[in-house]
Design a protein around this ligand. Structure first.
Ligand code: G6P
Length: 613
């Protein structure tokens, strides 16, 4: 949610900053801006995408070896040129970019208004940079001290970078609740919301912790202090991602690339964790908590969006295989509803980005009540990964498309490994079943590849037929209920077609009223426990002339005869079906969105990493 980039060093800053903004555009894309320092401070801002900013500055003087830049997802104030970042101080000598929300900004603004300050924008950010300069002037402090004093008054989340005309060799960065990475090169520094703008220049990075301020000075070592002026030693991490992982690699969109990466990303999630020959599942990151997990009174899985859907699959899996009670919660609900949590509970937080504010707040609440907290995150070193007691990274590689695809299947893969490991340890699945299951799990990457290859043609037909529909209904039962939810979410977020996911049997308690000859109904009707029941649900749709698109197991006869369109996926164990069945639904959403001319990778109003509640 908002991407920030900064540079100081011997090179020209602008190309680095713009390149960085393109990399971070997935985080927000309603307006963008850049501030460059070369004697004087020049600020350029534009409503729209980074590309619009590039157009705006085409004929401008863009020289300067210090600069900051921002791509925005609006929280305070509509997306327009004025509310875009950077924001400048009253003297116009300092510029600041900000990711996060200053919750007490109106109180701070009122005080500043009373003292005669004027504001051009409706943003909380402009309030903060005014406050910082006000402290410098009135309390005769230097910039670092003023930032410390201001941030001690701030309630909320921030990742900020400040540049000042009076100190051209200095950038100040600080963070709380929003991510910030500093790349440490040879006599140069890079600042960004994640490592993607940095990796082509250096692999050495420092992750700033909450309430830390980085004093980034040309020709000096990186210095870190807290907002309460305690010195910290920067810890340099080595980045493990490479450039090809964050480029489109010949695909028209990141989303399509990421869908096609799933055979590999699922394999990477299992790498070193599953050995079929030795009959072992070993999740190194949580090994010290294995007994605690086995003895858990119950598990609470927390997530938002697609990660919450993965959590639902996890509930079915863990209850089914390991017989431990599981509850699945939205972070945003859990954190505010005074939940009952005890020391015997194990909380599993699922988050692709590892930065989602509501999931993070839910973790903090559960932690304060003494629960054990595990994480399933994709982004290494992310806040949630660091806030949890232990966890397993999904290792799906960077996911850039805003609609989550490979992260979902990787999350489900980790939950499957957990369910099987726990079922085996607790003796709730027999040795022979365990062996059979892990053998089948090891074949999932190859079956995902087969699913992509064999379904794409029919998916394109279906997309062509229904691209102008205004509503879609997705139905599934058991393990396929979360798949229905995820299929509907994918479609609505990137094609803007209204879509609802429903447990198939619940359809008759409401959504059935929507069904007519115009209504496409996607039914996931694979082999398994509820197959016959789903067949009855399909009959109910047919009787009302709904158009039936079924996802079935290869070789299915019954549902085929009842359907208008059929998507066949390979046979597998029932608990592994969600991974396979989700793939054609991702492809369906993708192709419909492309046919409708939508911006698939950056759908309107959405952001990949939601760091506000
Ligand atoms: C946003 C994204 C979704 C994602 C959700 C949770 O809404 O657009 O794709 O599922 O946040 O994000 P997380 O990073 O916690 O998985």
């Amino acid at each position: 949610m908002c991407g920030i980039v900064g540079y100081i060093g011997p090179r020209q800053a602008y190309p680095i900053l713009i390149n960085g903004l393109h990399r971070l555009e997935y985080r927000g894309y309603d307006s963008a801006g850049v501030a460059l320092l070369n004697g004087d401070l020049r600020v350029f801002k534009s409503k729209g995408k980074v590309h619009d900013l590039e157009e705006l500055v085409k004929h401008e003087n863009l020289s300067g070896t210090v600069g900051i830049a921002h791509t925005r997802w609006a929280t305070h104030g509509e997306p327009n040129d004025i509310n875009a970042h950077p924001h400048i101080s009253p003297s116009k000598k300092m510029a600041m970019i900000h990711n996060g929300i200053i919750e007490n900004y109106s109180t701070l603004k009122e005080e500043l208004l009373n003292r005669g300050y004027e504001f051009r924008s409706n943003t909380d950010t402009e309030v903060l940079i005014h406050l910082i300069e006000d402290i410098m002037v009135n309390e005769q402090t230097n910039l670092v001290e003023a930032v410390q004093t201001a941030l001690c008054q701030v309630i909320g989340a921030y990742a900020i970078v400040i540049t000042s005309q009076d100190q051209p060799n200095l950038l100040i960065a600080a963070k709380k609740g929003s991510p910030m990475v500093i790349g440490v090169g040879e006599d140069e520094f890079f600042i960004a919301s994640d490592a993607t703008p940095i990796i082509e220049y250096t692999k050495n990075v420092v992750y700033l912790e909450d309430e830390e301020i980085a004093i980034i000075e040309r020709g000096q070592e990186l210095k870190i202090k807290t907002i309460r002026n305690i010195d910290k030693t920067p810890y340099v991490h080595k980045l493990e991602i490479n450039l090809t992982a964050i480029e489109k690699g010949g695909y028209p969109h990141f989303m399509l690339k990421e869908i096609n990466e799933q055979p590999n990303s699922i394999m990477d999630s299992m790498r070193g964790r599953l050995s079929v020959e030795k009959s072992i599942i070993s999740l190194g990151g949580i090994i010290d908590y294995q007994q605690k997990l086995c003895n858990a009174r119950r598990m609470i899985i927390i997530g938002c969006g697609t990660s919450w859907h993965a959590g639902l699959v996890g509930e079915y899996l863990i209850e089914d295989l390991a017989r431990i009670p599981v509850e699945v919660e939205y972070g945003s609900e859990f954190r505010y509803r005074n939940p009952v949590i005890t020391e015997n509970d194990v909380v599993i937080a699922i988050s692709q980005s590892g930065e989602t504010a509501d999931t993070l707040a839910a973790i903090k609440l559960a932690k304060s009540k003494g629960a054990t907290i595990l994480g399933i995150c994709n982004v290494v070193g992310s806040t949630i990964a660091r806030e949890t007691d232990a966890g397993s990274y999904t290792h799906a590689g960077p996911e850039i498309g805003v609609a989550s695809t490979k992260a979902f299947t990787a999350q489900v893969t980790i939950l499957t490994l957990m369910g099987l490991m726990l079922g085996h340890e607790r003796g709730t699945i027999s040795k022979s079943k365990y062996n059979q299951y892990i053998h089948e799990l090891s074949r999932i990457p190859e079956k995902v590849l087969k699913t992509i290859k064999q379904t794409e043609k029919e998916v394109l037909n279906i997309a062509e037929r229904f691209k102008n529909s205004t509503n879609f209904l997705y139905l599934g039962r058991g393990y396929n209920y979360p798949v229905a939810l995820e299929g509907a979410l994918k479609l609505k977020e990137i094609s803007y077609i209204h879509a609802e996911g429903y447990p198939a049997a619940e359809m008759k308690h409401g959504p059935i009223a929507l069904i007519d000859e115009e209504m496409p109904v996607v039914v996931i009707a694979t082999n398994g426990g509820t197959y016959d029941k789903v067949v009855s649900n399909i009959q109910e749709v047919r009787a009302r002339k709904g158009k039936i698109i079924s996802v079935v197991t290869e070789g299915d006869v019954t549902v085929r005869e009842m359907s208008d369109f059929i998507i066949e996926i390979p046979e597998t164990e029932e608990f592994l079906v969600p991974i396979l069945a989700t793939i054609p639904l991702q492809l369906l959403a993708y192709h419909i969105a492309v046919m409708r001319g939508c911006n698939v990778d950056q759908p309107r109003n959405l952001a990949k990493s939601v760091t506000v509640e």
